[in-house]
Design a protein around this ligand. Structure first.
Ligand code: TUI
Length: 313
């Protein structure tokens, strides 16, 4: 059994977070993950509060175990979603796409545990000073919006820079990756891409199949000026590359990207939709219940830790 301080801190059985993926991480997925003993997280993305409230209700109706909501800091509804999280007494918040500093006091006063996603040491240090409970260090192997440092160098730098628990994210979907994250000093992992292929995940089946088919070089980073997104290669990604090559304007990028994630997740359009996935998609090769995903990765990580301890002379 792998238990770390994160388990006691949050009252969870396994030190595993499910990534709070916009459109993908619905109440159904979060409920299944939390029920299985890890931390399920609803992805608020750009959704208005009334939609997020319904997803929170789904989790509460399904389990009493802790769960979280991820707030995307480029959403137009950030302040309203924070109020909703406080009102609903959501146990844990994770954040992405920006600096959640201005909301930390209000969240802490409400007894909510705060775990921002960071992609740099500077932001990690700043947020530690503001009193966060832990940090999720997300390497650029992950899917969706990415920073520019890979998990292997990012995690130990953040671990050395702060005194709060650090969770490793980006490129993890196997027991080997889980064990490696612990070796880097993390006290837990976050997985997104692996949980897209959970049976309970409500994304279109074409999205799951695209991840299962993906091989090592099948993701690509598209975007411009500090806003980079990792997706599976498809026609939309090629159109983005063309825009990059001719130095297109922000407006052109935004017009091409608009609604892309919904198109992939809801309509199953994996050619013209934005199929966000991490590089570890190549090692995701089946759809199964969240509980089995969690129990399998924990058992694998235990085996890896025992195996590598034999190298000690
Ligand atoms: O946010 C993510 N991953 C995402 S966001 C997204 S895009 C989206 N599309 C439609 C609807 C809603 C969302 C897809 N994937 N990961 C966490 C993350 N946060 N990665 C990098 C950062 C980040 C970037 C800048 C965190 C903080 C930050 O701060 C800048 C500053 O102010 O210092």
């Amino acid at each position: 059994m792998i238990r770390t301080e994160l388990c006691q801190l949050l009252g969870i059985k396994y030190p595993i977070f499910q990534g709070g993926m916009a459109w993908v991480a619905t109440g159904e997925l979060a409920a299944a993950v939390s029920k299985a003993g890890a931390l399920g997280i609803i992805g608020a993305g750009n959704a208005p509060p009334e939609i997020v409230r319904k997803e929170i209700k789904k989790v509460k109706d399904s389990t009493d175990n802790p769960f979280g909501v991820n707030v995307y800091y480029m959403s137009p509804y950030v302040d309203e979603i924070i109020s909703l999280i406080i009102e609903e007494k959501v146990p844990v918040i994770t954040t992405g796409g920006g600096n959640p500093g201005k909301h930390i006091n209000a969240l802490k006063s409400a007894g909510i545990k705060v775990f921002p996603v960071v992609a740099s040491v500077a932001l990690a240090k700043r947020l530690e000073r503001l009193g966060v409970d832990g940090l999720i260090a997300e390497g650029m192997e992950c899917g969706g919006h990415i920073g520019d440092i890979a998990t292997m160098p990012l995690v130990p730098q953040i671990v050395r820079a702060v005194n709060v628990p650090v969770i490793a994210a980006g490129g993890i979907a196997t027991g080997e990756g889980f064990a490696a994250a612990l070796a880097l000093g993390a006290v837990g992992i976050q997985m997104g891409t692996r949980f897209i292929c959970a049976s309970e995940c409500t994304v279109h089946k074409n999205y799951k199949e695209a991840i299962i088919k993906a091989k090592d070089r099948d993701t690509v980073v598209t975007g411009f000026s500090g806003h980079y997104v990792r997706v599976l290669k498809n026609r939309l990604a090629r159109q983005f590359k063309e825009l990059e090559e001719r130095g297109a304007s922000t407006e052109e990028f935004e017009a091409l990207g608009a609604g892309g994630l919904r198109k992939a997740v809801v309509d199953g359009d994996i050619e013209y939709g934005s199929v966000m996935a991490g590089q570890i998609a190549a090692l995701v090769d089946d759809v199964k219940p969240a509980k089995e995903i969690i129990e399998e990765i924990v058992a694998e990580a235990e085996e890896v830790i025992i195996k590598i301890s034999r190298y000690l002379d």
